[in-house]
Design a binder for this molecule. Structure first.
Ligand SMILES: Nc1nc2c(c(=O)[nH]1)N[C@H]1C(S)=C(S)[C@@H](COP(=O)(O)OP(=O)(O)OC[C@H]3O[C@@H](n4cnc5c(N)ncnc54)[C@H](O)[C@@H]3O)O[C@H]1N2
Ligand code: MOO
Ligand SMILES: [Mg+2]
Length: 419
């Protein structure tokens, strides 16, 4: 067990970790399973969008030239040739003095170069033989032109992009039923500490239920990884090493919580002294979570988070989340760093940057970040309400209310705004 450790900044620790990670291989998935996955290669438009001139309105397709003298008082009357529904192909060319009744999304008939909506016509009744156009139209008015949105060959989604609902819409439009995506990282989850009880065990004096693994498991899924629950690690180093060794091949990344500090039973703290361990960091300039540890064991990256739930939550965000992003081949690895005004003063001095959990509030267009007043590293009741971390710089006397601070988040202010 090393009592003296070398401190590195969060940035340096993240750097050391990410440098050792590469993205996993590709696999093919059906579009039904593609939501949330990371594209392995660029995807192209295979034709132009839209692929035919179409009407964006319910109305009449006309020749703009025919409407030159049209007005509310003196509509221009045109003969109605046919009705074209969306999905149908028009049968008649629109010639001088004629119009085609057309529905939203329907193909424009040849000869017509503008559309007038029903509301701007006289006598738009369904089977009327003529229609009165009550205003002048410009050529091209109310026509969605073939190719106006996306040209054929355009990249519609890039390698490294996460497939969201909008991506699915565009992929479906172009008929991509199968997609090449990066394999999801399998993240092995260990917990440490003989004080831990399983969820179904009755509470006894001195013991607590394992909550970190449930939290981590959800966070890993949210980030696009596959949590793999592994057996609890005992505080006996030899036994712990055996268990870790047995599971190395099943996973791409190992994550544990607890046992990283300098306590007599902190098994991970002892593990880092083993000759087969390539230690990346085990003391990070951050609060909470200072003893967060990163290492490589037989080629496998291993992130050992603090046991304290608050420190575990932060350590997950700063290290595990980014590791999953990198291994999943995400183009942009990182968290959103914004600035907001601190809602209340935080003046507790700290020799390291302090990451305060809390909420974002939008007050009349100004962004405020409100710390959780119950943010001790060992507390967990308000983890569920955390949508950001305010970063209070090291030293000094903290920050006053109204001062700008950096805020790490992936949320935007919630609609449950409490002023
Ligand atoms: N002498 C020192 N003591 C401590 C230091 C230090 O620098 N010097 N650092 C403190 C800080 S900061 C933290 S954070 C903790 C880190 O502790 P460990 O990572 O070693 O974690 P444990 O000792 O195993 O547990 C700490 C705490 O968390 C609870 N825990 C652990 N696992 C879980 C779980 N899966 N679910 C819920 N809660 C869990 C555990 O019962 C302890 O209460 O060390 C300080 N000490
Ligand atoms: O890392 Mo500890 O959570 O600062 O108390
Ligand atoms: Mg400990």
């Amino acid at each position: 067990m090393r009592f003296s450790r070398q401190m590195v900044t969060v940035e340096e620790a993240v750097d050391r970790l990410l440098k050792r990670l590469t993205h996993l291989g590709e696999e093919t998935v059906q579009i039904e399973e593609a939501y949330g996955r990371i594209l392995a290669s660029d995807v192209y438009a295979t034709y132009e969008l839209p692929h035919f001139d179409r009407s964006p309105l319910d109305g009449f397709a006309v020749r703009a030239a025919d409407t030159i003298s049209a007005s509310v008082d003196q509509p221009v009357y045109l003969r109605v040739l046919e009705t074209v529904a969306a999905g149908q192909v028009p049968q008649h060319e629109v010639t001088a003095g004629c119009a085609t009744r057309i529905m939203t999304g329907a193909m424009m008939p040849a000869g017509a170069d503008a559309v007038i909506m029903f509301e701007q016509t006289e006598n738009p009744a369904e089977h009327a033989a003529t229609v009165g156009v009550k205003r002048v139209l410009k050529p091209g008015e109310n026509v969605s032109r073939r190719g106006e949105e996306i040209a054929s060959g355009t990249v519609i989604a890039e390698a490294g992009e996460r497939i969201n609902a909008g991506t699915l819409a565009i992929l479906a439009t172009f008929g991509y039923k199968q997609l090449s995506v990066i394999r999801k990282p399998r993240v092995g989850l260990f917990s440490t500490g003989s004080e831990l009880l399983r969820i179904d065990q009755p509470l006894v004096a001195g013991k607590i239920r394992n909550s970190n693994s449930w939290m981590l498991s959800a966070l890993i899924q949210e980030a696009g990884g596959i949590p793999v629950w592994l057996p609890d690690l005992p505080d006996d180093l030899v036994k712990a090493k055996t268990i870790i060794g047995e599971h190395l091949q099943e996973v791409d990344l190992l994550v544990s919580s607890g046992g990283v500090s300098v306590g007599d039973f902190d098994v991970i703290a002892s593990l880092v002294d083993e000759p087969e361990v390539d230690l990346l960091f085990n003391k990070v300039a951050m609060r909470p979570g200072k003893p967060t540890t990163g290492l490589i064991l037989h080629g496998k990256p291993y992130i050992a988070l603090s046991g304290n739930p608050g420190a575990c939550f932060l350590g997950y965000e700063l290290f595990v989340h980014l590791a999953i992003q990198k291994m999943s081949g995400m183009r942009q690895v990182g968290l959103r760093l914004i600035k907001a005004k601190l809602d209340v003063a935080y003046t507790k001095p700290c020799p390291y940057p302090r990451y305060l959990r809390g909420r974002l509030l939008d007050r009349e267009g100004e962004l405020f970040a409100r710390p959780d007043f119950n943010e001790k590293a060992g507390n967990l009741g308000t983890l569920k309400d955390s949508e950001c971390f305010m970063i209070i710089p090291a030293g000094g006397s903290g920050k006053q209310a109204g001062e700008l601070v950096h805020v790490l988040t992936h949320a935007m202010p919630s609609w449950r705004n409490e002023g």
